[in-house]
Design a protein around this ligand. Structure first.
Ligand code: IVH
Length: 675
């Protein structure tokens, strides 16, 4: 018996840890918060019943990421306990009422913004740093990326000596949709939800990339404060935050007592549908700071605040049919074509079914009535089949049979993997070619969608590299190609042959390798051959722990396990190795250029740019440094070799001075680059 329980506890702990990693480190959760909480409760119950079998504290909730410096919080950053129904919420109210000796409860109700918690420290009224929650005591210093959020005031008039302002960084729904539309045109899988994208963005090491994604913030909490009695109530504190320019939510005024608070939560559930950000609940907090102190905290949660999670929106509708979507890399995603239904304020007609395994596991059949749900994610999920409403003639879905009917020749490696086309479809060939020729790859002027379609349809291009071998006579076959346009195309192709190595690497379209990773790979391997021949240890250092657990460490910053595996698998395909050969045959530059590059003193050095330089734009300066073999990073650390500072340089300059990193101006940089 106890052996069974021990095994059960072990399995649960492993499962909890796996989901915790997926959520915090990879920003790609597989289950909802609700399901995660259920797992935690189950584990807690078992361990309470069998304390002799309980393991060490799981240390849940550390968001520590590689490449960031850590900083201590002056006051701990706690999390919130969750409640899911009215009874749960009222029990919280009763406990509070008792703890405060029955005195009148003043409660603040706010939307629970689905983002990432951050602490902003102000010293003598100046913004000094932004730190993630981390383990609650110590978090990652994300000042560089958070500093990009304009609404955060840099200076506060009449502020306490020391002030920690707590808030939530989030991505507006509109910005999330804009970025996903962009990804779609690049042929990449969409981001799952705004929360994970916001979390991923503040942990980006590439400042340039971070700049392209707009984040927002809402402030709601008081951390450390000196003097400690600067604010009497949360309401006063929020009013002060507002006067300093911080975004705050005051949709609902202070409520007296639990009944009024419950009414306000109901009201908020309606209001939130008009908010421009994702919300998954309401947060209820005691207004008077003195009462908060009296109520106290556990090591994880305050007793004076609680989250109320709104149930996700669900609806039942008929699944008319299952269609297949083919991505740039040939991955096939089944999609549920639904009887349109209203869900969380918008009409839903399609939902992702993920892969064949998911359809089999849930036994989803065409004609079934299915329950769909929209929680934090924008793309609705199919939760389950409503079996009572299954038509008598519904047959199990034959995935492979459907692929055959559609003429799709696909296979999969193992039950859980996705089906992938064995040979590329017309659509894939066109997508790949557009990517190959795009501005962020070989930058071939004039080779857009219309031209790509013709090249593929005329059979002139199969693999994207074939475009480089299309002759002038063949170009003349294309609609609208006269002498002038043929000349332009030939000279455009000649230019493409001499571009930097990273462009050729990016042009290959290796899954999970974007522009920044392509640059990092080119800088590290210095030639296409070295990259194509890389073995696993060239990319990842495998570490085996004392208990046999395996972990990995990156050789190249930003190239983790997933990206490494993607690279190795790409080059293990003989077709892809042929592409490299064809690139060489076409005369494409496949080595890190040394012409004007690798400038002594710059090569291998890390630079950070800050402020406005007199004549060079950010991108220009970055390009020059990278061409000379240097690297540009977004944040200053001990590893930074030079900080290039211009006018209105901010916290990065201060940080450089603190760490003793040499600070140079544009003139000095130009000198290093050879005038
Ligand atoms: S107050 C000690 N207010 O939800 C209490 N938190 O699941 C600190 N959150 O850790 C939190 N909106 O990251 C508070 N209006 C709000 C919030 C909010 C979102 C986040 C926050 C917190 C998490 C708990």
């Amino acid at each position: 018996m106890s052996e069974d329980v021990r095994k059960q506890i072990q399995a649960l702990r492993k499962e909890v840890q796996r989901h915790e990693e997926l959520y915090r480190k990879k920003h790609a959760p597989e289950i909802s918060d609700f399901e995660f909480d259920k797992l935690l409760d189950q584990l807690a119950d078992l361990e309470r019943a069998h304390p002799e079998l309980a393991g060490p504290d799981l240390g849940i909730g550390d968001d520590k990421a590689e490449g960031f410096q850590q900083a201590d919080h002056r006051a701990p950053m706690l999390s919130l306990d969750n409640t899911y129904d009215e009874a749960d919420f009222r029990a919280f109210g009763d406990r509070l009422y008792k703890a405060l000796g029955g005195s009148g409860l003043e409660l603040i109700i706010e939307p629970k913004v689905d983002g990432v918690a951050v602490s902003l420290t102000y010293e003598k009224g100046r913004f000094v740093r932004a730190v993630t929650r981390g383990n609650g005591t110590r978090g990652d210093d994300v000042t560089a990326n958070v500093g990009l959020i304009r609404e955060i005031p840099r200076a506060l008039k009449g502020a306490p000596e020391v002030l920690e302002v707590r808030g939530e960084i989030y991505m507006e729904l509109e910005e999330f949709q804009r970025l996903n539309a962009e990804r779609e045109t690049e042929g990449e899988a969409p981001y799952a939800n705004p929360r994970n994208l916001a979390a991923g963005t503040i942990k980006l090491l590439d400042a340039e990339e971070a700049r392209k994604r707009r984040l927002s913030i809402v402030c709601y909490g008081l951390g450390a404060c000196e003097p400690a009695d600067a604010f009497g109530t949360l309401k006063d504190f929020k009013a002060k935050l507002k006067s300093w320019g911080f975004p705050v939510r005051d949709d609902i005024d202070v409520q007296q007592g639990v009944d009024a608070a419950w009414e306000a939560i109901r009201r908020l559930d309606t209001l939130r549908r008009g908010f421009p950000f994702p919300t998954d609940g309401a947060v209820v907090k005691v207004n008077r700071i003195e009462d908060q102190r009296r109520a106290g905290t556990t090591s994880k949660f305050p007793h004076w605040a609680v989250a109320f999670k709104f149930p996700p929106d669900q609806a039942d509708t008929v699944l008319r049919s299952i269609s297949m979507q083919v991505g740039r890399t040939g991955v096939i995603t089944p999609v549920a074509e639904l009887e349109p239904v209203l869900l969380a304020g918008s009409t839903v007609g399609r939902a992702t079914l993920h892969n064949a395994g998911e359809i089999a596991k849930k036994d989803i059949r065409e004609g079934d009535t299915v329950r769909i749900q929209k929680a934090g994610e924008i793309i609705p999920q199919v939760l389950k089949v409503v079996l009572e409403r299954r038509p008598a003639d519904a047959r199990p879905f034959d995935f492979e049979g459907r692929l055959k009917e559609l003429g799709l020749d696909a296979t999969r490696e193992g039950e859980e993997a996705a089906y992938k086309l064995r040979s590329p479809s017309r659509e894939m060939k066109i997508r790949r070619l557009i990517h190959f020729a795009s501005k962020q790859c070989l930058d071939i002027d004039g080779l857009g969608e219309a031209v790509a379609e013709q090249l593929v349809d005329l059979g002139l291009v199969d693999a994207p590299v074939d475009a480089l071998a299309v002759s002038a006579d063949q170009w003349r076959l294309l609609e609208g190609f006269k002498e002038k346009s043929v000349d332009n195309m030939m000279s455009g192709l000649a230019d493409a042959r001499n571009r930097e190595l990273w462009r050729a690497v990016h042009a290959l379209g290796i899954p999970n390798v974007g522009m920044q990773t392509a640059k990092d790979l080119a800088r590290h391997f210095r030639s296409m051959d070295a990259l194509a021949d890389a073995k696993k240890p060239d990319l990842l250092i495998t570490k085996v722990g004392k208990k046999g657990g395996v972990s990995y460490e990156s050789v190249i910053a930003g190239v983790g396990k997933e990206v490494s595996e993607s690279i190795l698998s790409f080059f293990s395909d003989p077709n892809h190795r042929d592409w490299v050969k064809a690139m060489r045959k076409a005369g494409l530059n496949l080595a890190e250029s040394t012409v004007g590059g690798s400038v002594e003193g710059v090569a291998g050095k890390t630079f950070v740019l800050t402020g406005t330089l007199p004549s060079l734009g950010r991108d220009e300066a970055r390009d020059l440094i990278e061409k000379a073999g240097g690297k540009v990073s977004g944040s200053v650390s001990k590893k930074t070799d030079f900080v290039v500072a211009g006018e209105e340089a901010g916290s990065k300059l201060t940080k450089a001075q603190e760490l003793g990193v040499p600070v140079i101006d544009e003139a000095a940089l130009r000198k290093m680059l050879g005038g």
